[in-house]
Design a protein around this ligand. Sequence first.
Ligand code: DHB
Length: 393
Amino acid sequence: TTTQVGIVGGGPAGLMLSHLLARRGIDSVVVDHRSRLEIERTVRAGILEADSVRLLADTGVSDRVLREGHQHHGTYFAFGGEVHHIDFEELARASVWLYPQTEVFIDLADARAAAGADVRFGVSGTTVHDITGDRPSIRFTDSEGTAQEVRCRYLVGADGSHSMCRHEIPASDLRQYRKEYPFGWFGILCEAPRSAPELIYNHSERGFALISQRTETMQRMYFQCDPDEDVDAWSDDRIWAELQARVGANGCDLNEGPIVDKTVLRFRSNVVEPMRYGSMLLAGDAAHTVPPTGAKGLNLALADVRVLAEVLDRALTKSDDDLLEEYSERALDRVWRSQHFSYWMTSMLHRPPQADEFDLRRQVAELSAVVRSTAGSTYLAESYTGWPSSDCL
Ligand code: DHB
């Protein structure tokens, strides 16, 4: 097979790129080692920035997010024994939407299928070749067991945080910036009604808790835990006692119900620079990961491919590789802003392992300064709802 852009990774980044390229008349082939069902069953984050919603609705992927998603005009910060509301509409004239990443993936996969796009799930043994030349290729075995080769002009690695594509770049041609955090999140899905109209970011002496949502009857919650925490050590009763103790410290009370999913998420910040090597470009988690606090991961991946589609279009039209330089520069501006925001939210809300009374009181003072200052809460609202592309490089 020959195509203009070969894309490794059929998650939201890869599929959105394929969609945006098609709108510009550029054809692509997407391959992913996972089956469609496997991707659909992975529980991921649930908050979309205003621009991510617009990208889905205005470019014709689907308007389901507007019909079935929930617009949130603000969020709650609970700390120091009280609950405070941050009004995104009032402060930043923007909202976010509660719409799970899984649904974003389904909308994109359906839209690509309806357009007759070449998307191959369930392939194995994927390798990339000649990435520094002008005819790179992807080799793999398709789901029927047949060896395949996709030759393309440009290759995109949108293959997630364990990216095979990124590992093809020689270490000497890559700068890598990392940060490890001494905690993780214990995430649950439970069958219960909502506990609050919007999300609650909860600071407490026992550690952070996040009360999120999925539907009228299904809720998503997380609590800070040890990164090596054993899921099996936590019965439903123990989980509810811990969550209630953390939010109860600030006067909240949760609606409980059967827990249907339990997972521990690890925290990490990672950035590679540049996001290009020869004819290969990296997008989404393949190039950067953020800790989950603030839900920037998916939004950042979508922002990457919006810029990438534009840059690839120009490079293909003008047959000029040098135009690719712009991608890394523009994408990294938002990547580092998001890294800072996710790091800031994380450090402000989580209890460090050796925290003493001073550390906890300092955190409460910081949270209090943010919510009491119009400048502070506006900064938070602007960052949380996402910087509009007009305000980016
Ligand atoms: C969710 C996850 C996040 O990391 C966050 O900041 C908000 C919501 C979620 O899964 O719903």
